[in-house]
Design a protein around this ligand. Structure first.
Ligand code: SF4
Length: 734
């Protein structure tokens, strides 16, 4: 099934819909008049940050009569320079969503029944503080777990650390970018970070491996990507699916899923054996080249071709293209990297490839972050937990982050009671039934808890299993912790500030965390009374004028993005050796492969195809499907099937089918999209749809959930991250 499609051949195709069209230019924000708006003459523009995804674009919220009538891009913001994506433009759709959680809710019926009574904030927080004291006394503070997501969680994390639990698990690590960040840290001494420091504007060749930019939209990254292509940068896309990015590519390599490592190793083989790597850079900055050269010696394109289903000629041609464009080659490190369970090692292969091309800290590759020294109030040390972490971070998963934890490790501990029982979960700004795989296990764990608390803006899927629901104000109604972004060419500090007072009886996260701290006698960790004081202290050492920051929403600082910008005595690579570690002593010491090795992954059994999933341009996770304008743009997902597979299965384009995975788990009905643009051994759907959340009137049961079909995972032994592209599906009659 070797297919190669060139840019020219596909520019005219329907699939080649413009990438740039997904990002609206500055000032494109739609004016939305909320019910009851009188059409006031005076309009104030409040600078803040978008929270429809985690990219942190600057916005200006126009406020009239106490109502937000428009959200547009902030031209003064260094991140997005006035541009917003479709989701960013739909901020008022979240603010005025009639389905919002409006008041604290306390469960009255059986767990999962969905019966609640409204209570006051005092009742809610007194109840929660009482429960937390009781659990601490009976089971120890470690038996409470926090599942946070996003920047705003930064107030809840210190609260729970001060309470005494080390058990904090972020899906952004174990279900997303954890393996990638660990791999780059092992190699370069620092994780990739977010936003990714990609020098797209200067790149001569962009390499995407399973990254579907254009469908995966982050305003500044998508804009830079479009600019690079318009400027003539070449694009090499490795993807089993003919994605929007693939449609723009000079080379599309529709790889057999699960074999990316073989391709990466074969590319390295060509670079090394044909001496196409950056010899000067490798000599000056790396260690372990000889071991690497020996390791990839026999891993030729001819070896990789039958594994990857990409011809040896094509592998060699693309490796040579990289060699010719070096060092301005951007091998995109990806973002959602939890695929097959050897994900740290695949990340290492991508990092090593980047190093061979001399593309780290160089123009057109990945640039170096520039840190900003900020301040803060002194706070006591967190208490040392009597028992270690329950999720395996730092233990059976030696490279899992202390800060980020292993969500699925917490599910395991809740189910098994080992190493000790977890009795309470607090979830913040995420739906664990959508973010953590093996949904049935997650639900079983929730049903075992003594206490389940949901802090959110909307009644997401898990809300009905909560004992207590705390309605948070939206990003347009609250302060969040200031964002200090080092991974931009010009690093910046950016603030999220309320445009209006919280609607309904919702409260900002900082207030909820602080009020709970007050009830738990933990105010020593919150030695400020207002978020303005918190912000002023943070920016104190930077010399930034606070009034200017508040007026503009962000302040940028000069960056030092390239190696040539750094003094010769700076330890640019903070790895143990101070070098880029191609051969990893850290991994060897852990008994892991010091150089990445190809391992075969299970292929679909007869009659099944592999389930792949990804992003949609107008939605973030499962958080935007109930937002009216975004729902109108994409109300449900569809499952992509190749023409050959659909024919074999007797499925027609547009037909509603159900999928069944190889464990017998069935999906909700979903539309079939029959296309030549996917390999016949895969199916693909956009993530985040099909939530069973009756309180979300637009999103409830629209489309189908990829996560519901992920009943198997392949766990990365180094990080505990869950490889999720290991499930196989077939159609059943709807
Ligand atoms: S990329 Fe879009 S949704 Fe994300 S922060 Fe920027 S405007 Fe908001």
């Amino acid at each position: 099934m070797a297919m190669t499609i060139t840019r020219r051949g596909f520019l005219k195709s329907a699939a080649a819909a413009g990438v740039a069209a997904t990002v609206a230019p500055a000032s494109a924000g739609a004016e939305v008049h909320p019910p009851g708006w009188s059409g006031a003459a005076r309009v104030d523009k409040i600078a803040s940050n978008c929270d429809l995804c985690f990219w942190r674009c600057g916005v200006l919220a126009s406020v009239a009569d106490g109502k937000v009538v428009r959200v547009e891009g902030n031209p003064a913001h260094p991140q997005n320079k006035g541009r917003l994506c479709a989701r960013g433009n739909a901020g008022t759709g979240l603010l005025y969503d009639p389905d919002r959680l409006k008041t604290p809710l306390l469960r009255t019926g059986a767990r999962g029944e969905g019966a609640f009574k409204p209570v006051s904030w005092d009742e809610a927080l007194d109840f929660l503080a009482g429960k937390l004291r009781e659990i601490k006394e009976k089971h120890g503070p470690e038996s409470v777990a926090l599942f946070p997501h996003g920047i705003a969680a930064s107030f809840f994390i210190p609260l729970m650390r001060a309470y005494g639990t080390p058990n904090i698990g972020m899906p952004s690590f174990a279900q997303c970018r954890g393996p990638r960040d660990v791999a780059y840290k092992l190699t370069f001494g620092r994780p990739v970070g977010s936003p990714e420091p990609l020098d797209l504007e200067e790149s001569r060749l962009v390499v995407l491996i399973g990254s579907h930019l254009g469908e995966n939209v982050f305003t500044s990254q998508t804009t830079a990507f479009s600019t690079a292509l318009a400027r003539g940068a070449k694009l090499l896309t490795v993807d089993p699916r003919f994605s929007t990015a693939a449609s723009k590519s000079d080379w599309w390599l529709p790889i057999r899923p699960g074999t990316d490592m073989a391709l990466l190793l074969a590319w390295m083989n060509v670079l090394v054996t044909e001496k196409l790597y950056d010899r000067e850079y490798v000599e000056q900055y790396t260690s372990g080249f000889n071991q690497l050269a020996e390791h990839v010696k026999g891993l030729t394109p001819e070896w990789a071709a039958p594994l990857t289903d990409i011809s040896a000629d094509r592998i060699r041609e693309t490796a040579r293209a990289m060699g010719a464009a070096k060092p301005a080659v951007l091998v995109h490190p990806g973002r959602h990297t939890t695929w097959y369970g050897d994900d740290v090692q695949r990340g290492r292969a991508m990092a090593i490839l980047t190093a061979l091309l001399g593309a780290y800290g160089r123009k057109g590759g990945m640039f170096l972050p520039t840190s900003i020294k900020t301040g803060g109030f002194p706070t006591p040390k967190f208490p040392v937990a009597a028992r270690g972490r329950a999720d395996g971070a730092g233990g059976r998963f030696p490279l899992a982050g202390e800060e980020e934890g292993v969500t699925n490790g917490l599910v395991d501990a809740t189910l098994s009671g080992k190493p000790y029982p977890i009795k309470a979960w607090i979830t913040y700004a995420q739906n664990v039934l959508g973010s953590i795989p093996q949904q049935a296990r997650t639900l079983e764990a929730i049903m075992k808890l003594d206490l389940m608390v949901v802090v959110d803006v909307l009644p997401v899927e898990q809300t009905r299993y909560a004992d207590l629901v705390l309605p948070e104000a939206t990003y347009l109604e609250r302060y969040d912790p200031p964002m200090v972004v080092a991974t931009a060419k010009e690093p910046f500090i950016s603030v999220r500030m309320p445009a209006i007072k919280p609607l309904h009886d919702s409260r900002p996260g900082w207030w909820i965390a602080r009020e709970l701290a007050r009830r738990l006698d933990l105010l020593a960790w919150f030695p400020w009374e207002t978020p303005e004081q918190h912000l002023a202290k943070l920016v104190e050492p930077t010399g930034v004028n606070l009034a200017e920051l508040v007026a503009t929403g962000a302040v940028a600082f000069p960056g030092k993005p390239y190696l040539e910008d750094r003094p010769s005595d700076e330890r640019v690579f903070p790895s143990p050796s101070g070098k880029i570690e191609l051969w990893s002593k850290q991994l060897a010491d852990l008994g892991a492969d010091p150089l990445p090795r190809y391992t075969a992954h299970e292929q679909p059994p007869t009659g099944f195809v592999r389930l792949l999933y990804g992003r949609a341009a107008v939605h973030s996770f499962g958080r935007t499907q109930n937002n009216e304008p975004l729902h109108a743009l994409m109300p449900e997902n569809a499952v992509w099937l190749s023409t050959a597979t659909a024919r074999a299965w007797g499925v027609a384009d547009g037909q509603r089918i159900m999928l069944e995975n190889s464990d017998g788990v069935r999906s909700d009905p979903v539309l079939a999209k029959v296309t030549e643009g996917i390999r016949s051994d895969c199916a693909f759907m956009a993530h985040g749809f099909g939530a069973h959340a009756p309180g979300l009137r637009l999103a409830n049961r629209r489309g189908t959930s990829d996560n519901a079909l992920i009943s198997r995972v392949s766990v990365d032994p180094l990080t505990g991250a869950t490889g999720m592209r290991v499930n196989f599906v077939r159609p059943v009659r709807a």
